[in-house]
Design a protein around this ligand. Structure first.
Ligand code: SAH
Length: 249
């Protein structure tokens, strides 16, 4: 019988090696080929035995094609930072495989997404209903991003912002802060840069301050916009779930 391969799309978490799931670790150890963007591959290089194939940003489609090709007869891991379903590689693989009707065995191994690792560093920025928006307009037109951001803010969700800035589009961060100011006011914004990895920074700021100096927020940063219940307690950003409405302590 012809040996069949398998393609894993592996979430490798936010940075801390201990935040890699046991399943991700096993699959990476078993893989004959490991493909990914070089910054992600760098993080797991020490633990893999298979051949590493690095690529750059913007080469995602080529990377998926290569991985699918290899996975016909080998065990292959395509690594994705955080969780592969959240602005990661999972949907691209699924779209490619199912739209072409390819006979490929693939499985997504979930990972700890940036939101889950960053919220506790601030205190407890997310506790219940929240909305997640990416400001990257590489794949989504800005009009759609703006409409979703406005709706989330009007819905009083804690709004978690991925891809808040890059050298190319600081103007979009400033625009997003103008929208926060317009809809929610000058509310606290939790900022986490490089959660659980070297260069980690955590602070609380305000839309007006970000508009004045957007330079502290870069592409390695995630933002949490308060909802109407979010409090700053002892320097920590806490969005209560409602226990104190129901119980007394
Ligand atoms: N799949 C990833 C997200 C990829 S999009 C995940 O699930 O986390 C890239 C964006 O994620 C970055 O611009 C940043 O906003 C956020 N991000 C990823 N890792 C992060 C980290 N360790 N600290 C802060 N933000 C992070």
């Amino acid at each position: 019988m012809q040996s069949r391969g398998k393609l894993y799309v592996v979430g490798i978490g936010p940075g801390d090696p201990e935040l890699l799931t046991l399943k991700a670790k096993r699959v990476l150890e078993e893989s004959e080929f490991i493909l990914g963007h070089k910054t992600y591959v760098e993080r797991i290089r020490y633990m893999v035995k298979g051949k590493i194939i690095e690529s750059k940003m913007g080469e995602e489609v080529e990377r998926v094609k290569k991985a699918v090709q290899l996975a016909k007869s080998h065990t292959v891991s395509l690594v994705s930072g955080g969780d592969p379903s959240i602005y990661g590689m999972a949907s691209l693989v699924a779209e490619y495989v199912y739209s072409l009707g390819l006979d490929i065995d693939f499985e997504v191994i979930p990972g700890v997404t940036a939101l889950c690792s960053a919220s506790p560093l601030l205190g407890c920025a997310v506790s219940g209903d929240h909305a997640v928006v990416s400001l990257s307009d590489l794949l989504t037109p800005w009009e759609i991003i703006e409409r979703r951001l406005r709706s989330a803010l009007k819905g009083d969700f804690v709004v978690v912002i991925y891809n808040p800035s890059s050298r190319r589009r600081v103007d979009k961060l400033v625009k997003a802060m103008e929208i926060v100011l317009e809809i929610r006011g000058n509310v606290p914004i939790g900022v986490v840069k490089n959660a659980t990895r070297s260069g980690e920074e955590v602070f609380i700021t305000y839309p007006e301050d970000i508009m004045k100096d957007p330079s502290k927020i870069d592409m390695h940063t995630i933002l949490f916009v308060s909802n109407s219940e979010t409090m700053i307690l002892n320097g920590k950003m806490i969005t209560p779930r409602g226990y104190s409405r129901k119980y007394r302590w």
